[in-house]
Design a protein around this ligand. Structure first.
Ligand SMILES: Cc1cc2nc3c(=O)[nH]c(=O)nc-3n(C[C@H](O)[C@H](O)[C@H](O)COP(=O)(O)OP(=O)(O)OC[C@H]3O[C@@H](n4cnc5c(N)ncnc54)[C@H](O)[C@@H]3O)c2cc1C
Length: 388
């Protein structure tokens, strides 16, 4: 059995200064009033082009991001790899709305695949579909609305970009994650993700879709996908997450008066997450899975499932994954035990990764529960070092 509570291992590569900075950061964002005020201020300040990037860069950005470019994320990649933790370079520019930016995001992803092909420290690449098409377009495709002529062209461009990225990943043998987003645009993403798996996963899983298990229909979706894969003989790649847009999902369903697509009881999300993980491991013959979670129970379950099914710790079909700056106690302890671990390392210009950073701040306020975990661990390690 694995001990995720070994705090010394979790923070072994952090200096006292790193720890103090992390303490201050989590302490600040754990307070919902301060956190909300700060995020509102940052949004306005960035909109007004006030020179605050340096302050963000020295604090929250430094903790959660690798650098502004692939090149200057290298120090983070190397440091993680010293602890046998791989990197997924995640170009985190969000909220883009024009074709030029979409092509730029495609080129960034392709560059990250090119880099990954020759470096074992980068076992996966990733992209976020809203980096490649307008949100409103994905929504229209998802609800089968009629598209204008221009939108048809945009749709073709979107699919072309995805195909280009997937082709590059498959040619270079770099597994690729497709991130999941809000449920009302996810239909368009799922459709193309399945097409890409059918096309490129004939001998191995190179393309991975993401399932958000806070959604109450995802276990059914997973079973449908397994059935299709068995019939058509392709390999399934899945990243399993709980889901990052819980509040927005509930609010929108309420506002528009449709059935809420997500669980409203946390335990039900946990049950579905663990069920999906179990089903993936039970079908390991044609499934590759990455557990994208900071949840200790689900991570421990994965260890247990590997043992039960005699799957070796370093089997490339199974990965643990956390975000940079979060749940190091899981990442570092699992990696030390010889399991495959990889961290999302977001990168990009400060103003472009702001939405990502705000999500991290929001999920680390005390109401979300996550905060307790991060701050408690940091405090414990500071205490341990004082007494050592
Ligand atoms: C490597 C990695 C990749 C990721 N990729 C994506 C992605 O592509 N798309 C995406 O949406 N998210 C993604 N996430 C974020 C993820 O979805 C979660 O928001 C985050 O990891 C917190 O969930 P958890 O499993 O770590 O653990 P926990 O802290 O145990 O769970 C928190 C999560 O539980 C759910 N939850 C909270 N309250 C309730 C409630 N009342 N009822 C039901 N459910 C509730 C929410 O999903 C919340 O995020 C990723 C995370 C990681 C680590």
């Amino acid at each position: 059995m694995i001990n995720f509570e070994n705090i010394k291992v979790a923070f072994a590569d952090k200096s006292d200064k790193d720890l103090s900075r992390a303490y201050l950061l989590f302490k600040t964002i754990s307070n919902p009033i301060i956190s909300n005020t700060l995020t509102a201020f940052i949004k306005v300040a960035m909109w007004l082009h006030l020179p605050i990037s340096w302050a963000i860069k020295a604090t929250v950005y430094k903790h959660f991001c690798g650098g502004t470019t692939i090149e200057n994320s290298q120090a983070t990649i190397d440091k993680l790899w010293e602890s046998n933790i791989g990197t997924i370079l995640d170009f985190s520019a969000e909220g883009k709305e024009n074709e030029e930016d979409f092509n730029l995001a495609m080129n960034e992803t392709i560059a990250s695949i090119q880099k990954a092909k020759s470096e074992s420290s980068i076992p996966f690449s990733v992209f976020k579909p809203t980096g490649l098409a307008r949100f409103a377009l994905l929504e229209k495709i998802s609800n089968n609305s009629n598209l204008t002529k221009e939108e048809e062209i945009e749709k073709t461009n979107f699919e072309g970009r995805i195909e280009n990225i997937c082709q590059t990943a498959s040619d270079n043998k770099v597994p690729l994650f497709i991130d999941a987003e809000e449920s009302w645009i996810q239909g368009a993403i799922d459709d193309i993700a399945i097409k890409m798996m059918q096309k490129f996963n004939k001998n191995e899983a190179w393309i991975y879709n993401t399932l958000q298990l806070y959604r109450n229909d995802r276990v059914d979706h997973l079973e449908m996908l397994f059935k299709l894969a068995a019939e058509e003989k392709f390999f399934v790649g899945l990243k399993l997450v709980r889901g990052a847009y819980h509040e927005q999902e509930i609010e929108r369903a309420k506002e528009k008066g449709y059935n809420c697509p997500v669980h409203t009881i946390k335990e039900n999300t946990d049950i579905d997450y663990n069920k999906a993980l179990t089903l993936c491991i039970e079908n390991i013959d044609f499934v590759s899975v990455c557990a994208g979670t900071h949840n200790e129970e689900s991570s421990a379950l994965l260890v247990e499932l590997l043992n039960k099914h005699n799957i070796s710790k370093d089997d490339k079909r199974v990965y643990f994954s956390q975000l940079l700056g979060m749940s190091d106690h899981i990442s570092y302890n699992a990696a030390k035990e010889g399991f495959n671990v990889v961290k999302y390392v977001p990168y990009g210009p400060v103003k472009d990764v702001l939405s990502y950073l705000i999500r991290r701040a929001e999920e680390n306020t005390s109401i979300a529960g996550q905060m307790g975990r991060e701050l408690t661990n940091i405090i414990e390690e500071k205490k341990r070092r004082r007494n050592a």
